[in-house]
Ligand binder design. Structure first.
Ligand code: BMP
Length: 251
C-alpha cells in the first residue's frame, strides 16, 4: 500500500528544479522541514535570528521591505554568509503580483536586488503564465491559497493558479492551505503550536494538522519562533514537531 505522504527521498528523485532538489537535500540532512519567517525590523535582529535558528531550518523567509535600516552591503552580505555557514536557503517572500516586465524589474533592481541573493521567492500567479518567465536562477513558490480569514483564493482561483504552477518550469511549489499535486512542493504558513489566531485575520494550525491533513512538505513559522522567549529553543521545538509530524504522516 502506498504511504499517504510521499517521502522527501521520493521527491528528491522525481523533482527536476535544482532549488527544489537543494531544499530536499537540506531537509534530509538536517531532518528538518522548518522555514523560519524572520519578520523582524532591523538588520541586527535579522542576523541574530538567522544565527540562532540557522542550525534548525531549511530556509529563512524574509520580508526585506520591512527592514527599517536596510542597506544591501550591511544587510544582505552578512546574511549570505550566515546562510552558507548553517546551510539554509534564503527565501524572499516578495509576493510579486504584476505584469512580467514589472516583475522582471522588481526582481533585479531597486535596493533589494533580490535576484542576486534569493534562492527562493514567492509570487502570485495573478498576472498569468508568462508573468513568471523572468524569475531566473531561483525557485518560485506560487501563492495558491492564503491562510488569512476572508481570503479571495477560493477553489476556482486555486485550481486555475495550480494549473499555472504545475506547468511553469520556474515554479517549484506553492503556498497553500490544501493538498497539492505531487509535482509541487507544498509550503504552509499559519503554523503555531500555542494559539489559533492573531486577532488580525491570521489563522493557525499545528504542525501535526498540516502534515496529516494537507500533506504539506514545509512549515513556515514566524511569531511562534521570533516572539518566543527563547527563539533558538522554539526553532528546535518546531523542527522536532515538524519532523515527527512528517514521519507520522507517512504511515
Ligand atoms: P506568523 O507565523 O507570524 O503568522 O507569520 C507567517 C508568515 O507567513 C508571514 O511572514 C506571512 O507574510 C506569511 N504568509 C502567511 O502567513 N499566510 C499566507 O497565506 C502566505 C504567507 O506568505
Amino acid at each position: 500500500e502506498d504511504p499517504k505522504h510521499l517521502t522527501y527521498e521520493y521527491k528528491l528523485e522525481n523533482l527536476e528544479h535544482s532549488k527544489a532538489k537543494k531544499l530536499l537535500e537540506i531537509a534530509l540532512e538536517k531532518k528538518s522541514n522548518l522555514i523560519a519567517s524572520a519578520d523582524v525590523l532591523t538588520t541586527k535582529e535579522l542576523h541574530e535570528f538567522a544565527e540562532k535558528t540557522g542550525p534548525h531550518i531549511v530556509a529563512l523567509k524574509t520580508h526585506m521591505d520591512v527592514i527599517t535600516d536596510f542597506d544591501y552591503d550591511q544587510t544582505i552580505l552578512p546574511l549570505i554568509d550566515i546562510a552558507a555557514k548553517h546551510n539554509f536557503m534564503l527565501m524572499e517572500d516578495r509576493k510579486f503580483a504584476d505584469i512580467g516586465n514589472t516583475q522582471d524589474l522588481q526582481y533585479s533592481y531597486g535596493m533589494y536586488k533580490i535576484s542576486n541573493w534569493a534562492d527562493l521567492i514567492t509570487s502570485h500567479v495573478i498576472g498569468g503564465y508568462s508573468s513568471l518567465d523572468y524569475f531566473h536562477n531561483c525557485g518560485v513558490i506560487a501563492i495558491l491559497g492564503m491562510s488569512s480569514e476572508g481570503t479571495l483564493t477560493d477553489k476556482n482561483y486555486r485550481d486555475e493558479a495550480t494549473k499555472i504552477a504545475q506547468s511553469h518550469p520556474n515554479i517549484i511549489g506553492g503556498v497553500a492551505q490544501n493538498e497539492l499535486p505531487e509535482e509541487l512542493l507544498l509550503f504552509t504558513p499559519g503554523v503555531n503550536m500555542e494559539t489559533s489566531g492573531d486577532g488580525k485575520g491570521q489563522q493557525y494550525n499545528t504542525p501535526d494538522h498540516v502534515f496529516r491533513n494537507l500533506h504539506t512538505d514545509f512549515i513556515i513559522v514566524g511569531r511562534g519562533i521570533y516572539k518566543a522567549e527563547n527563539p533558538e529553543q522554539a526553532a528546535l521545538s518546531y523542527k522536532i514537531a515538524g519532523w515527527e509530524a512528517y514521519e507520522a504522516s507517512l504511515n
